[in-house]
Write a protein that binds this ligand. Structure first.
Ligand SMILES: [Fe+2]
Length: 194
């Protein structure tokens, strides 16, 4: 049986995931190429790997979520799990290393899995949507990308350059999506417009 600490941790993951799911569905409703329900599912499951890991191993959750969803025959959810933390894609060795706490075996696993992916344009859209929605969702409320960057800086001690590149990549995703939906995403989620 799980202890109370684990339950509280899982609760936080589900609360965050529910916010991500709601944001993704809200945005997807304005994208005719996407299905809002599918976007909701992607948000709900993106952090599923965390439910099976102790907090100190959370950095392994993208790959674990990927294997869980792949084994459940859910290829889109698997790709979302694997890629949601890596908007900088394969080019970013330093970021990977930071994210994986210097665990070279985990970096190698993630990279090898990424090299097998062959994402359709729609799948790329769902992945980008969840990459953004993940970072603008806290546990109980939505936050701006700059707000999340400040939180990361304080909590995870990522180096400034990796963090800046990561936030810039997400700002670009946000701008691209906003052009397509003709709406400000912060306003759509009840945040002040940037
Ligand atoms: Fe995550």
């Amino acid at each position: 049986m799980k202890d109370t600490t684990t339950f509280e941790r899982d609760k936080t993951t589900w609360q965050h995931s529910a916010l991500v799911a709601r944001a993704a569905a809200k945005i997807a409703r304005f994208l005719p190429e996407l299905n809002a329900e599918t976007a909701f599912q992607c948000g709900l499951f993106h952090d599923v790997g965390k439910l099976y890991l102790p907090r100190e191993d959370f950095y392994k959750h993208p790959f674990l979520g990927y294997t869980l969803m792949r084994d459940a025959n859910e290829p889109l959810l698997a790709e979302v799990c694997l890629l949601h933390s890596f908007p900088l894609s394969l080019a970013s060795g330093a970021y990977f290393s930071h994210y994986c706490r210097g665990d070279a075996a985990e970096v190698a696993r993630v990279k090898a899995a990424m090299e097998t992916l062959n994402l359709s344009p729609a799948m790329q859209d769902y992945v980008a949507l969840i990459q953004l929605c993940d970072k603008i969702s806290g546990v109980t409320e939505y936050v701006t990308l700059e707000g999340k960057a400040a939180w990361y800086k304080a909590r995870h001690k990522l180096d400034e350059e990796s963090l800046r590149k990561n936030i810039d990549a997400l700002q670009n995703i946000k701008k691209r999506l906003e052009r397509r939906i003709q709406k400000n995403i912060y306003a759509l989620l009840g945040l002040p417009k940037d």
